[in-house]
Design a protein around this ligand. Structure first.
Ligand code: AGP
Length: 615
């Protein structure tokens, strides 16, 4: 949650910072702010409720020159979204400005102690406590800003990525982190900091991912200095090359990032598959699996941890791995796993799935699994994020930056990687026949073209969606591999259209949800011609006979379903284990257009953030 940006260099900082905030808005967008310091050491702080464009309007015409600055886009945790609670927070004496991503868990204790020393607070945030603590230490110890920041962070319990500047010191920018991400971009005479690499793209491709409990001292015309917050030592700098282009961050002619990302899926899945299936189509090469052969051969069990959409991918992964690897698989919400005293041994493999690679609950689940000796495997999209760095091994899904808050291409990428993983590990363990591997791998390679055909449903879905904006509730039903597809379809609709939607295993309908069905509650039923098709047909009939409207996702040319359902979205027939990838695309479009016709902000739905770095 929250995005931070900082700049010290030779160019006007304000433009760089606000552009960076726009790129980070997916992390939170209920308020934003900026602190700019000019070369004479004069500091200006501006804050505004709402999106970054509100901040820009508020700053317009006011002084904002300077080549040093910090900025923030917020997703509220402590205190309502308003101008006062927005960051940067400034110390009592107006000297120090600070932006923060994370949560200070012991803020109440620190607040009380500081208030006892006469410190006055203006906001309801946990962050303000930190800036006041830095000021208090700075004044009582008569020390440098860097020493005060380090000392204050030693007293803080919780997660933080911070950036700090001080008045009358236009040559110093300080950044530090624990658990929340922070990237440093090293340019020519200029340095950038940001919550992820997107604000840095286009300025430099040299980046350093600040480690946990590290502080960066960025001084004008001096090399970057990184210090351990624990012992003051200097860890070596691992300068990496960023492989992201500005074009990848833009909308490419689409109205929204979400629509662009839905339409990108044929290409993103091709990228995801590239080099992972041998030219003869007979073997799957996932180095994360093959380099850890013994782990996969000797595993007792696989536990998959994830949140939200990634958890839905995990449910599909469970079936894939069980079917192909003959291994028991459990799927846990990372938030439940971390506090659930899970029984984990060193013969377990824990797979953590996360698009962003920064989800706090998933990171904590990884640490717990590691402490119990499990081998931890990450499936992630964002290269260099905290989760791939915390895991023992893993696979990137390589679907490019996902900016829309509702996950689309990352979901299909995650399911694709899970299919590859099940095939690769199954082949290693001898639990899947060569014939099956060749057949599934061959069909996987055809999925990008199949998705191109599915995307031709766009016009039909757009038309149909207009009709359903009246609905206040939706039911999504699926069976087998497509029960998680139903959950994901329902999540997409509720996230972006604010229509309540429930996903259910279709056969469970008769145990309760059937009571809800009437003409005002449409049911989306995923009914491909698979092993459970006959069963699902009776679910369609049950809905119809109670006056419900049915939108069926079925296979091309299914005349029977055309007669039964009110609307049929026909997708090409694929092997059963691959249907979730194909069936989820019309569900994404349905959610998208219903939200669009309701006038919702599809890319930045209310109350949500792309990267959930708090508990
Ligand atoms: C997806 O549409 C959601 N915005 C959300 O459920 C998301 O999948 C979840 O927060 C997990 O994020 P991660 O994959 O980055 O860990």
């Amino acid at each position: 949650m929250c995005g931070i940006v900082g700049y010290l260099g030779t160019k006007p900082a304000y433009e760089i910072l606000t552009q960076g905030l726009h790129r980070l808005e997916y992390r939170g967008y209920d308020s934003s702010g900026v602190a700019i310091e000019n070369d004479g050491g004069e500091m200006h702080v501006y804050k505004s409720q709402g999106k970054v464009s509100n901040l820009e309007a508020a700053v317009d015409g006011k002084p904002h020159d300077g080549t040093l600055g910090i900025a923030h886009t917020r997703w509220a945790t402590h205190g309502i979204p308003n101008d006062i609670n927005a960051h940067p927070h400034v110390s009592d004496d107006g000297r120090i400005a600070l932006v923060h991503n994370g949560t200070i868990e012991n803020y109440a204790v620190l607040h009380e102690a500081l208030a006892g020393h006469g410190c006055k607070f203006t906001s309801e945030t946990d962050t303000e406590v930190l800036v006041q603590l830095i000021e208090y230490i700075r004044l009582t110890n008569d020390c440098t800003l860097a020493d005060a920041v380090r000392e204050a962070l030693g007293q803080v319990i919780g997660a933080f990525a911070i950036a700090v500047i001080e008045r009358d010191n236009p040559d110093l920018l300080i950044a530090a982190r624990r658990s929340s991400p922070l990237v440093i971009g090293i340019g020519d005479g200029e340095t950038f900091i940001a919550s992820d690499a997107t604000p840095i793209v286009g300025y430099t491709d040299k980046v350093v991912y600040l480690g946990d409990d590290e502080m960066a001292l960025i001084r004008r015309n001096e090399p970057l200095e990184v210090i351990s917050l624990n012992d003051g030592s200097h860890p070596g700098l691992d300068i990496q090359t960023l492989r992201l282009s500005v074009e990848q961050l833009e909308k490419g002619g689409y109205d929204t990032f979400m629509l662009k990302e839905i339409f990108e899926q044929p290409d993103t899945l091709r990228d995801c598959l590239r080099g992972r299936i041998t030219a003869d189509g007979n073997r799957v090469i996932l180095s994360g699996v093959l380099d850890n052969k013994e782990r996969f051969l000797n595993a007792n069990r696989i536990v998959i941890v994830a949140c939200g959409t990634s958890w839905h991918a995990a449910l599909i992964g469970k079936r894939l791995i069980q079917d192909m690897c003959a291994l028991p698989v459990e799927v846990e919400y990372a938030s439940e796993f971390r506090y659930g005293s899970p029984f984990i041994t060193d013969r377990d493999i824990v797979i953590a799935i996360s698009q962003s690679g920064e989800t706090a609950d998933t990171l904590a689940a990884i640490e717990l699994a590691k402490s119990k000796g499990a081998f931890v495997y990450g499936i992630c999209n964002v290269v260099g994020a905290s989760i791939p760095r915390a895991t023992d091994s893993g696979t990137y899904i390589h679907v490019g930056p996902e900016i829309g808050v509702a996950s689309t291409k990352a979901f299909t990428g995650q399911v694709t990687v899970l299919t590859l993983l099940a095939l690769c590990a199954g082949q290693l363990r001898g639990t899947i026949s060569q014939q099956q591997v060749t057949a599934i791998a061959g069909e996987l390679l055809r999925i990008p073209d199949i998705l191109r055909q599915v995307l031709k449903l766009d016009d039909a879905i757009r038309e149909m969606s207009r009709i359903f904006t009246y609905a206040r509730n939706f039911l999504y039903l699926g069976r087998g591999y497509n029960y998680p597809t139903a959950l994901e379809g329902a999540l997409k609709l509720k996230e972006i259209s604010y229509i309540h939607a429930e996903g259910y295993p279709a056969a469970e309908m008769k145990h309760g949800p059937i009571a809800l069905i009437d003409k005002d509650m449409p049911s989306v039923i995923i009914a491909p011609s698979d092993s459970l098709y006959d069963k699902i047909v009776s679910n369609v009939q049950q809905v119809k006979s109670r006056g419900g409207h049915v939108i069926a996702i079925t296979n091309t040319g299914n005349e029977d379903m055309r007669k039964l359902a009110d609307y049929c979205l026909e997708i090409p027939r694929v092997m059963e284990c691959l249907t979730p990838i194909v069936a989820s695309v019309p569900l994404q479009l349905l959610a998208y257009y219903v939200a669009h016709y309701k006038g919702c902000d599809v890319d930045q739905p209310r109350n949500l953030a792309k990267s959930v770095t708090v508990e």
